[in-house]
Write a protein that binds this ligand. Sequence first.
Ligand SMILES: CC(C)(COP(=O)(O)OP(=O)(O)OC[C@H]1O[C@@H](n2cnc3c(N)ncnc32)[C@H](O)[C@@H]1OP(=O)(O)O)[C@@H](O)C(=O)NCCC(=O)NCCS
Length: 225
Amino acid sequence: MTAGDNKLWKVGVIITAVNVLRTPRIIQTERGDVTILGPITAEEVLRHDLDEGLSAFRPPKEQQKALAEIAALPEGQVIVAIHDARIIGYVTFHRPEEFERWAHNQVPGMLELGAIETSKQWRGMHISSHLLEVAFSGGALDAYIIIATEYYWHWDLKGTGLSVWEYQKFLESLFNRVGLRRVGTDEPDILAHPANMLMARVGPLVPQDTVLLFEESLYQNRWMF
Ligand SMILES: CC(C)(COP(=O)(O)OP(=O)(O)OC[C@H]1O[C@@H](n2cnc3c(N)ncnc32)[C@H](O)[C@@H]1OP(=O)(O)O)[C@@H](O)C(=O)NCCC(=O)NCCS
């Protein structure tokens, strides 16, 4: 199966779609045209420098390596915003980590929205909104349960000047636009701070068995209540 193959295929009861290429989108901003495209390969990630304003998680050079690693993972996806051959924004998807309760061998058919970032110089120009819209376009993620584990310690509170609650509200409404909704869970890292949140979107092509496994995975410490 190659990138761009948009057929759905069936393995047992798991239906999955592998790295469906999205139709690229060109958007006009006050700083010039930006192309949103992907998923791109690890080699393509390494061919485009990351803008210096992409430093929310780690320095741009290191982040570029991290993006290339995600692009090379099974079912890893990196959608990028490009201006003048430089990456100025990205959103990533990958299988949940092996140690998580949503690991591939626990609940197959899940992808985690790992990170979304817009370069500091490009924020507020709807780059991330377009990244998400392109990522979810054409039903490309409809065979997956997409989760986003949002921990306030990853948020750029300093850079935006927002309070933790304002940031939570703005992220929640950003993700709501593509159908992710806040869901309850007893996952300890989410419970560690009331601003943390788990968001999820169950794609319309996800088999019922997978939905049940996901629902069961949300609360694993019922004995506590
Ligand atoms: C979160 C982030 C990706 C948003 O990127 P962006 O390209 O600036 O977002 P957009 O321009 O698409 O804005 C989306 C909406 O949020 C609003 N918004 C954006 N920045 C905002 C801010 N600082 N305060 C309040 N609202 C804001 C926009 O007005 C827009 O709403 P609108 O369409 O009603 O006008 C960016 O702030 C970022 O990179 N932050 C650091 C990394 C991070 O926190 N990632 C999220 C956790 S993984």
